[in-house]
Ligand binder design. Structure first.
Ligand SMILES: *Cc1c(COP(=O)(O)O)cnc(C)c1O
Length: 389
């Protein structure tokens, strides 16, 4: 079976993980700190706070940015459900902005229009979560100017985009977004098994996040230890907020630390695979991923659209199912989040984001990962050609 995505683990990774397993600390030691440092310095951010998943990291990031009950957070419907779920977990309300049909990211035009309406109704979102779909950066310059005009913060869910660049600057850099979250799930750019990270230049957000991933407990003297009012006490920790155990273990961090050394290599490999797909598929009636030197994708996914614009998903579904029966693991990213039964129960209806729905009808993610070899790629290309030529 050719998978749409999978992890790439080598000998070095095995050695790194084994070393931690043989050491004294398998959680809450220095390896997590080192991994945080390696990711934050890679993207040029001041602080990194590791978590046990990007889902937890999104929850922590939102709360640390001051989001809670009564607030609005907007995001793209073309994302994994975790992005929107994290908003509800934080206690805020979620809304969706339609996508652009060339990039499949948030349409800045749709965002602008929605902001104008929200301003009149005095319900500007506190945070907009920008999702770098497939690893293609959002148009951060446009987002930033809207965030300054309307006074909201940008959180990027860059689960797909570690290693991607916008205008030559790494995703996760403060030039693009206030706070950024990465995922280290096995199908993502690098893996820790399960894991995620918050990166930011904002000290307060970083400190709050650090406490929130560990029960809301602050060990730093920055917070000042509280006098519990029971006379003189020996206190070595104090809970300053409501938190969870969202910590990453040393074992996971060791894998991440070993993986991030290979990130640049992973990106070039993915780039080369994407390049070859583009060359080979250019004459088929498909829409290839948007390419523009300003938006350097990490190619977490290679999602194409079947053209001419279909009014149903029959052809896509046939190709998808035939692929599965022949050992080609196509995938579909994403069902517009608000069409999930849970979100429909919250009142969202079909037709809410027409572009996201149109895209969903004929999109197909074709296999792309570091283990994909030339013959695998040929099989995928031939399979698509047999249906589309
Ligand atoms: C994978 C993913 C997440 C969740 O990541 P986990 O680390 O699995 O929790 C969130 N958002 C997007 C866009 C993702 O692709």
């Amino acid at each position: 079976m050719i998978k749409y995505s999978q992890q790439y683990i080598d000998e070095e990774d095995l050695v790194a993980v084994t070393e931690v397993l043989k050491s004294e600390l398998i959680t809450q030691g220095n390896v997590v700190r080192e991994f945080e440092h390696s990711v934050s310095s890679y993207v040029g951010a001041k602080y990194g706070v590791a978590a046990n998943s990007a889902t937890s990291a999104l929850h922590v990031a939102l709360v640390s940015m001051g989001v809670g009950k009564g607030d609005w957070v907007w995001t793209s419907p073309n994302t994994f459900v975790a992005t929107a779920n994290a908003v509800l977990t934080s206690g805020a309300r979620v809304d969706f902005i339609d996508i652009d049909l060339t990039t499949y990211n948030i349409s800045t035009e749709a965002l602008r229009e929605k902001l104008e309406i929200a301003e009149r109704r005095a319900c500007i979102p506190k945070v907009v979560i920008a999702v770098d779909f497939a690893g293609l950066p959002c148009d951060y310059e446009a987002l930033k100017s809207l965030s300054e005009k309307y006074n909201f913060k940008i959180l990027s869910d860059s689960s797909h985009a570690l290693g991607a660049r916008y205008k030559g600057i790494e995703i996760g850099h403060t030039q693009h977004s206030d706070v950024c979250v990465f995922s280290f799930h096995p199908v993502k750019m690098i893996t820790t098994g399960e894991g995620g990270m918050i990166v930011t230049d904002n000290k307060l957000v970083a400190e709050r996040s650090r406490a929130m991933v560990s029960h809301g407990i602050a060990r730093s003297t920055d917070h000042g230890f509280i006098n519990f009012g029971l006379g003189s006490e020996i206190i070595n920790y104090s809970q300053v907020a409501l938190g969870n155990n969202y910590r990453m273990s040393e074992i996971n961090a060791a894998l991440g630390l070993s993986q991030i050394k290979k990130l640049d290599g992973f990106c070039s490999q993915r780039q080369a695979i994407a390049e070859f797909y583009c060359q080979q598929l250019v004459n088929l009636p498909v829409q290839l991923p948007y390419r523009n030197s300003i938006f350097e994708s990490s190619y977490h996914l290679f999602s194409i659209r079947l053209l001419p614009n279909s009014s149903d998903n029959l052809l896509r579904n046939k190709i998808y199912e035939d692929g599965l029966s022949k050992g080609i693991g196509y995938n579909i990213h994403y069902i517009p989040v608000y069409l999930q039964p849970f979100y429909q129960k919250q009142g969202f209806k079909r037709g809410y984001c027409p572009n996201a729905e149109k895209y969903f009808l004929d999109c197909l993610s074709i296999p792309l990962h570091q283990k994909l070899d030339f013959s695998d790629q040929h099989r995928v290309i031939e399979h698509l050609s047999s249906w589309l030529q």
